[in-house]
Design a binder for this molecule. Structure first.
Ligand code: HEM
Length: 277
């Protein structure tokens, strides 16, 4: 036994801190995996079945600006957006699974190309819907601007992740791919965060559910991508060269976020997604 291990409790050892951080990241990923898998199932069961049944008007049960008669290009953008929504959600999960990266690298490469193209399609179709249907899309100008910024970040991360993969600079590629995943997940996080909030309060607090605007929504629409992106930077640095204390703090942060997300996923599944499947 070394003098270091006699003086320091076991939880202050570098190996425990490293294992704790990796373990908390795994719990976070499993939470996201389950939540996004349910979200994808909802998209397929609701939007895909409506499209196959040639009943696009059914979209309007969920989206105020879903199908609009006479707006050909707007309707195409909406259809493309919701159909690719399931592809990007499942694609992102597959990209992060270590077994696929390590054992089937060809699938990782092709799915990566699909993921990056879909990220572009989602951001551009979303921006097109907002610009051409500004007064009909749910929410106010603040929310629209926030999601447009989220879309811009998604496109920048997609280009950078692709560029570094082509250059075979895999350390930078991994970092930009993680940023891309987190930025894309902002859209899903918004639904999870809203349902976590509604579950806590039992009614809409801090926003008007009719106009879909208010201080709570303004904060949530921004925080769903800004906070996770900031937190990812802390995680990347803590994992690479953080002290024991920094790793333990990051572990507690990841555990807390995972717990809040579990509550939100349960609320979103029961309140938003299951009733529409
Ligand atoms: C990249 C990941 C994204 C996913 C998975 C996604 C998913 C979805 C889904 C499923 C809907 C239908 C509403 C629902 O059933 O919840 C939707 C609507 C919408 N999305 Fe996205 N989206 C993404 C990104 C974006 C971006 C980047 C923008 C903006 C630049 C955007 C703008 C919109 C708009 C305007 C609507 C219609 C809302 C309404 O009519 O009120 N989305 N999205």
């Amino acid at each position: 036994m070394t003098s270091q291990s006699i003086l320091s409790p076991w939880w202050r050892s570098p190996s425990f801190a490293g294992k704790a951080l990796n373990g908390s990241a795994k719990l976070w990923f499993v939470t996201v995996l389950v939540g996004q898998a349910i979200f994808s199932l909802y998209i397929v069961m609701f939007y895909y079945t409506a499209t196959v049944a040639n009943d696009i008007e059914r979209f309007n049960k969920v989206m105020p600006a879903g199908y609009i008669e006479g707006d050909f290009w707007g309707n195409i953008a909406v259809m493309g957006h919701v159909l690719f929504a399931a592809i990007i959600t499942v694609g992102g999960l597959l990209q992060l699974l270590p077994i696929i990266r390590n054992k089937i690298p060809a699938l990782h490469r092709w799915n990566g190309r699909l993921y990056i193209s879909t990220a572009m399609i989602m951001s551009l179709s979303g921006a097109f819907m907002i610009i051409t249907r500004f007064d009909k899309v749910a929410g106010d100008w603040f929310g629209h601007t926030a999601i447009m910024i989220n879309g811009t970040i998604i496109m920048v991360c997609a280009v950078m992740a692709f560029k570094f993969a082509r250059q075979k600079k895999f350390v930078q590629h991994r970092i930009w791919a993680l940023r891309l995943f987190v930025a894309v997940s902002g859209v899903w996080m918004f639904r999870v965060g809203m349902m976590a909030w509604l579950s806590i309060h039992g009614k809409p607090v801090g926003f008007d559910p009719i106009s879909f605007s208010g201080p709570f929504l303004a904060a949530l629409q921004t925080l769903v991508f800004v906070l996770p992106l900031l937190f990812l930077e802390v995680y990347i640095r803590a994992q690479a060269r953080g002290s024991v204390l920094q790793k333990l703090m990051a572990t507690i942060g990841v555990l807390l976020i995972s717990l809040i997300m579990m509550g939100g996923i349960f609320g979103a599944t029961m309140g938003l997604w299951l009733p529409r499947i």
